[in-house]
Design a protein around this ligand. Sequence first.
Ligand SMILES: [Fe+2]
Ligand SMILES: [Fe+2]
Length: 375
Amino acid sequence: MKSKVKSIETKYREERQTFFQGLKNLDRRSFLKVAAAAMGAAVASGITPHHSFQSVALAGGAISAGKGASFRFAYISDSHLYEKKINDRFVRSLLRAVEDINNLDPQPDFVFYGGDLAQLGQPKELELGARILKNVKAPIKMMVGEHDWYLDMGRKWRELFGEPTYSWDHKGVHFVVLNSVVERDFWTARKLTPMERMMTVAGLDNGVQSPFTVGAPQRQWLRKDLSKYSNDTPLVVFSHSPLYKLYKNWNFWTDDAEEVQAILKRFKRVVVIHGHTHQLLTNRIGNIHFHGLLSTAWPWPYAPEGMPELTIEMNRPDPFNPNDGCGDGEVFVHPDGLVDKVYNLWNRKPIVVAKAYTESWGKQAKPPKPNRAGY
Ligand SMILES: [Fe+2]
Ligand SMILES: [Fe+2]
């Protein structure tokens, strides 16, 4: 008797084909289909994708409830998309994050994307990312990362998403997005090709690239942008690299951080939210409260020295689960502009770094370590 059961290879090939076919023309209907395919893997490995996120959203809502215009936004960051023929895991992870956030009820006021949408700044990588992010239901705000920029110096990214430096007001809070990955020209004298330049910036510890900066022109822009606002305006600033100096060899570092911090100093409370470090990261320097974003692609290890005291470190990711240590999340903005930062870890309990934690310099509301036992 001939078996009707398909071989694993055939089934895999068919599923993959459907998945990529769906990615080609990603309208809402095919998005749901490919997202479901992407989610299949998560469910099969015993992770329930939405449940934990929703319960945190409700808890967070309760935390934020009160007078004034508290609100929340969601975030996705550091998806590092390769062209799909090379790697589809990161594509699936981004689809999963979009689904996570589209399932939030109520919907966030907007979704912030924290940079490094592409892996090597290639037009096809950025276009794929833009196509996927079009399916986010809430309005989306974009930030650029070094992986998006150094192949064509931002030409494609700008074409898709506009200028990388901008600001807006929302419910009494002033939001600013900076391009913090500006590097000094190390490529012209060395006669590097665009791809060599991109690969150099994408690498660590190479001693060739210059450190990231915000740079004088943007600092000038920032000073001017903020000049219209009084010192007690709640201020949230987004930068791809942390706006402080953490670990230079990995470029967890912004070289003119002190100069930017000086511009922000007159404000009573400032929140800086950054991508790039792919991990739970919390810091406070004077009036500035810093929060890192999770990556959908992979978690970085922690810097071997100089870790900020307020950081709650998670232990090393489970090597048998490629999504461990990855995730997305939400930010609850209180009327005074300080935030409860939610790390929605896909394979662990979600962690909330509450406003009271950074406000009390770590004395109150200490979050539990989001560690998993056994590895
Ligand atoms: Fe990244
Ligand atoms: Fe980055």
